[in-house]
Design a protein around this ligand. Structure first.
Ligand code: G6P
Length: 612
């Protein structure tokens, strides 16, 4: 996720900005930049691709940029590859307006087209450049001050933003605006600061203002004025930050994993927003046409780890909706199996990092056979994103905890959207069903949010079992795919042995492992399979298992069978994984915490596996 820092006061800005940006490194970034204005002189902008050290080298640790007012940015690419050109700050053609931005502007192509007609030129592929130029356009056209120009822009853009802007006519001032992207403002007696997160300014001040949605502010020295969308000045309360620097990086959560678990409603919402427009599903950014989808005879999904589990869900959802065969395969198997791929099939590689060695090799294998490839990838500009014929980006933002949560959830959304589109292109669903599925998709962020509310009870339950030796997860169909992810979450961070089994398969071996006190978690979100799975749960219960039942709210008769129950908000059964995975992630997390382990960096594991 991008990071913003701004400073205006009586000290040299650039070294303060650089230092602030290093405190935001944990958010992930691929390039960085600074803009500093020295009085009324032209603003100086320096950007660099890669680590912050590159930017420090280019600016002699900031000493080469003179001026007491400036803005800085670390960029996590969303629109346009990681490059110096796409790095922020961005500027208007005459450098009158310079800005950094965090968030996603959904209608930026529309705005860009309008501005191109007004003779603006664009040098980057970013959505940010469109906002900077739109502010400049309003500012000059109506000859209005910064607040009105920014307010007009806020009304015109759709999406999320934390914006910090400098105007040539207003030296020594930073103007900011916010909607749905984090931003705080700090003050001391002589200076003010803006940042996307507290750690960036903690060294200088603990006195902060939280700027609300659709609000603006002007920072000048130690003074800050706040405004609403109508340009009226509003009052804000100053708050004292009590966190230490480490807690601040985690947004007050104890671990990055918990922070990322809570970021899932947003990751899901942002991914939906990227592909679901007012007119329906729009894959024009992916570059796949309905013609191509219509002609598909088969889909091969290949991935590793949790991404493979998303593929398992995808297999059920695509087959159910589009009625074409889907084969899911571990990338490490696919690459050496000499797979049989027909010309009219497509290989989909799912990867958060876009760098997993086996998944990349699978894409190359498909290319060698001249088969079309699609990457569902989180990191913009990663190798899989560059090498796949088409890329569908997930909008989870950077993930820091080794055990994935929000990237998994965003990948599920990409797969659902693709499934709906293939089904539509093939004429397997009509407009009404498509509209119904899209409506259900839009409700998922709220349902995920509600599932998070049950966490205290899950913590209590998990802590009770913190000495357990084995945990088994069982389910059928999509519930089996959910079980696979629940089991992986449990074992990878808590080191408790766990396994996921298709519930009908238990009797073929696994049931011999069940003894008094074995914890068995039954996942039952699919109505037509409900009774079958419940029977399998009864079978293990009669052999001494302690049963936890995870099912849709309303299925209260599960209490006759299960010793502990977890209810999740009901959704279309095809999308159940998105909601059911939340309590399972929380159980894995709390098990690790109860056993006193390093949740974010489990032993022997890496976030991105770039070797075979
Ligand atoms: C590692 C991570 C997992 C991830 C897997 C695949 O094992 O710990 O969380 O699911 O790699 O990574 P990818 O970046 O390809 O999604």
């Amino acid at each position: 996720m991008c990071g913003i820092v701004g400073y205006c006061g009586n000290k040299q800005a650039a070294p303060i900005l650089l230092e602030g940006l290093t405190k935001l490194e944990y958010r992930g970034y691929d390039s960085a930049g600074l803009a500093v204005r020295d009085g009324e002189d032209k603003v100086k902008i320096v950007k660099a691709k890669g680590r912050l050290q590159e930017l420090a080298n280019k600016t002699d640790d900031g000493k080469a940029m003179k001026g007491c007012c400036g803005i800085g940015h670390t960029r996590w690419a969303t629109h346009g590859e990681p490059s110096e050109n796409n790095a922020h700050p961005h500027h208007s053609d005459d450098f009158e307006v310079v800005a950094v931005h965090n968030g996603i502007i959904e209608n930026f192509t529309e705005i860009k087209d309008k501005l191109l007609k007004k003779n603006y030129t664009f040098y980057s592929e970013t959505d940010t450049e469109a906002i900077v130029k739109l502010i400049d356009y309003y500012y000059k056209k109506y000859n209005i001050g910064p607040i009105d120009a920014i307010a007009k822009t806020m009304v015109r853009v759709r999406g999320s933003y934390a914006l910090a802007v400098m105007f040539k006519d207003h030296p020594g001032e930073i103007w900011v605006a916010r909607k749905d992207s984090p931003m705080i403002i700090g003050v001391d007696s002589k200076a003010s600061f803006v940042a996307s997160d507290v750690p960036a300014i903690l060294k200088h001040t603990r006195n902060v203002y939280y700027i609300g949605n659709l609000e603006m502010a002007c920072l000048k020295g130690g003074e800050v004025h706040f405004y609403n969308l109508d340009g009226e000045e509003i009052e804000k309360e100053l708050t004292k930050v009590e966190w230490d620097a480490e807690a601040a990086e985690k947004g007050g959560f104890e671990h990055f994993m918990m922070k990322e678990i809570h970021e899932q409603p947003k990751a899901v919402q942002d991914t939906i927003n990227a592909y679901v427009k007012e007119t329906g599903i729009d894959l024009s950014n992916v570059g796949i046409t309905d013609e191509e989808l219509k002609g598909l005879s088969q889909v091969h999904i290949t991935a590793c780890g949790s991404a493979y589990h998303v593929g398992m869900v995808g297999q059920y959802v695509i087959e159910k909706l589009a009625r074409i065969p889907v084969r899911v395969e571990l990338a490490s198997e696919f690459r050496y199996r000499n797979p049989i791929l027909s010309d009219d099939s497509m290989v989909i590689a799912i990867s958060q990092s876009g760098e997993t060695a086996d998944t990349l090799a699978a894409i190359r294998e498909a290319h060698g056979r001249k088969i079309k490839t699609l990457g569902i990838v989180n990191v913009v500009g990663s190798t899989i994103a560059r090498e796949a014929d088409h890329v569908m980006y997930t909008m989870a933002g950077p993930e820091i905890a080794v055990a994935t949560t929000k990237a998994y959830s965003a990948q599920l959304i990409a797969v659902y959207i693709l499934a709906i589109r293939i089904a539509k292109a093939k004429g397997m669903i009509d407009n009404d069903r498509e509209a119904e599925l899209i409506e259900e998709l839009k409700k998922l962020p709220g349902k995920i949010e509600r599932s998070l509310e049950d966490k205290e009870r899950l913590q209590w339950f998990t802590a009770k079992f913190s000495n357990v030796h084995d945990v088994f997860f069982i389910g059928r169909g999509i519930d089996y795919a959910i079980s696979l992810e629940g089991s992986l979450k449990m074992k990878e961070i808590s080191y408790v042995h766990s396994g996921a089994y298709a519930a009908g398969e238990l009797k073929h071996g696994t049931i011999s492992l069940v003894e008094d006190g074995t914890l068995v978690i039954g996942v039952i979100t699919q109505n037509d399979l409900y009774e079958k799975t419940v029977s399998n749960m009864v079978e293990v219960k009669s052999r001494g298992a302690y049963l936890c039942g995870l099912t849709n709210s309303g299925n209260y008769e599960i209490e006759d069978t299960a010793d502990f129950t977890v209810y999740i908000p009901k959704t279309d059964e095809l999308f159940a994984a998105s909601v059911a995975v939340i309590p399972l992630q929380l159980m894995g997390y709390y098990m690790s915490v109860a056993r006193g382990l390093d949740v974010d960096k489990p032993r022997n594991l890496a976030k991105s596996v770039t070797v075979e």
